[in-house]
Design a protein around this ligand. Structure first.
Ligand code: GDP
Length: 479
């Protein structure tokens, strides 16, 4: 009996508390069931209701997914151009757009929206998305088939007449939600950073009713728009049932959805086992610089050191003594990620040239320095994903303001990281960093509109669990 208890515990751990479905072919995606060997158990509350809804969603993806009867029917309807007949499967198509961090955040947002509205999520496998992530749903595929009939969907943008916003603007959709012409088979949702006031009406309850009956939605976004979903009255109750711990939305959805493919898992595990596994403590430092020149910049180095020393994440060095006794001290590894190698080299040198005041032994590692963002290259994206994942295995983390790359690492880790404020005028800000209120990502471009009174409003002041972000005063995040 002891043995079955042990094996059922192993089984449960492997499924990370029931978040993951059993029954996948393990070899095809080693990371899915091996992540438990690398990650600590999540301390964050996981509701059984979320687990139920995930299993329901998996059934929907299987029933309606590519190559099923329902899918073929829905595609025929899409080709006909009219959305009048009601099928049993509705879809949300995610368009690949922007950097990897942004993509991960928008897939998670789209997934939550799909759960809330009972839609099937299909992702555009373009730009390497299919090379980076395993299939998250059993016995089906979430990849949009290449014969998808709306050929121009990757070119939809703010000006497209098919967008919900533009249809409102031109009154192709009237304010009561009725259509001037025939009901379309699809709508384009433009929720990217440059969206306008009409597009933003998406987050109003009445818009949700307009959109509800449309069989196909095509979404382009580069934002984590979950916080504003929490402000739509129709979804509020459901969201609070799904996430009684409101600041763990991305944490759970991210761990559910994003399993590195075997190639990326190789990058992650070889690096981890070679350089990180041995240490008593792992500190992750993510350095993202939003400047046109490449750097390294002195003020960024100053800021990283000011933050890590002030918050005692790294010990001071002793510039007077040549040797400090190192007996019985913890070993520490620091994983640095950055497009530039300059910060890592200078910090590593500092701790080579001088002993630490407390005798701590620290080693520094940076997997890559890609110099420039190159989001269409396969190996570049794989390294970026591997580094995000490696960061997420840290015990303590320092991240950079405004960076979705950092948000993803933070969310997956489940840690409250130390976020470095964005430097202005090439000066390190003071204070250099602070600990975040919650591990959730920040929604960078939220609407500031009160749908009821039809006036502008501060959406960061409406409910206690949706607040302005630490690193971006106009952004919104769940806390
Ligand atoms: P954000 O721009 O920081 O919000 O993050 P994104 O991930 O959306 O876009 C930045 C992209 O630049 C990443 O996806 C990578 O392609 C690249 N990049 C930025 N920082 C790093 C890094 O530390 N390591 C690696 N390998 N790539 C990075």
């Amino acid at each position: 009996e002891h043995e079955t208890m042990v094996s059922s515990k192993v089984q449960r751990d492997k499924l990370i508390g029931g978040l993951l479905a059993p029954g996948f072919d393990e070899q095809s995606c080693l990371s899915r069931y091996q992540s438990v060997l690398y990650r600590k158990e999540s301390p964050h509350l996981l509701s059984t209701y979320l687990l139920e809804r995930l299993r329901e969603h998996e059934a929907r993806q299987k029933k309606c997914g590519p190559h099923t009867q329902s899918y073929k029917k829905a595609i025929e309807q899409l080709k006909s151009g009219q959305g009048t007949t009601v099928g049993d499967c509705n879809y949300l198509v995610w368009v690949s757009y922007s950097g990897l961090g942004n993509r991960i955040l928008t897939i998670a947002s789209a997934f939550l929206y799909a759960i809330l509205t009972n839609r099937v999520l299909l992702v555009d496998g373009d730009k390497g998305t299919a090379d980076l992530f395993c299939e998250p749903f059993p016995e089906t595929s979430w990849l949009l088939p290449s014969d998808f009939p709306i050929k121009q969907f990757r070119n939809f943008s703010i000006g497209s007449p098919e967008s919900y916003g533009n249809m409102l603007k031109t009154e192709a959709i009237r304010s009561d939600g009725s259509f001037k012409g025939p009901i379309p088979a699809f709508l384009y949702l433009h929720l990217a950073h440059d969206y306008d006031d009409y597009d933003k009406l998406f987050f109003c309850e009445h818009s949700q009713q307009h959109i509800q009956g449309i069989p196909w939605l095509i979404l382009r976004s580069d934002n984590y728009f979950v916080p504003s979903l929490f402000l739509i009255p129709a979804h509020q109750e459901e969201l609070l049932r799904l996430f009684p711990q409101k600041d763990a939305v991305f944490h759970h959805l991210g761990r559910y959805l994003f399993h590195p493919t075997n190639v990326v898992w190789g990058l992650i595990t070889r690096y981890y086992d070679s350089y990180l596994a041995i240490a008593d403590e792992k500190l992750g430092i993510q350095i993202r610089v939003f400047e046109t020149q490449t750097g390294p910049f002195q003020h960024v180095l100053d800021q990283v050191l000011a933050c890590t020393l002030k918050e005692k994440l790294l010990p001071e060095v002793n510039a007077q003594q040549s040797i400090v006794s190192t007996r019985n001290v913890k070993s520490k590894v620091v994983l640095v990620t950055s497009l530039n190698s300059g910060y890592y080299e200078r910090i590593r040198n500092m701790y080579w040239e001088h002993p630490t005041t407390n005798g701590e032994i620290i080693s520094f590692h940076q997997p890559s320095h890609e110099e420039h963002q190159d989001s269409d290259k396969k190996m570049h994206n794989m390294k970026a994903w591997a580094e995000i994942y490696l960061l997420s295995l840290s015990d303590v983390m320092v991240t950079s303001a405004w960076s979705t790359f950092g948000y993803v690492a933070q969310g997956l880790s489940g840690l409250k990281t130390w976020i470095m404020f964005k430097p202005e005028n090439h000066t390190a800000p003071n204070p250099p960093c602070r600990q975040v209120m919650s591990m959730e990502p920040c929604f960078h471009a939220p609407p500031f509109y009160d749908c009821k009174s039809r006036r502008g409003t501060d959406t960061g002041k409406l409910v206690p669990h949706v607040r302005h972000c630490e690193d971006m005063s106009w952004g919104l995040k769940l806390v």
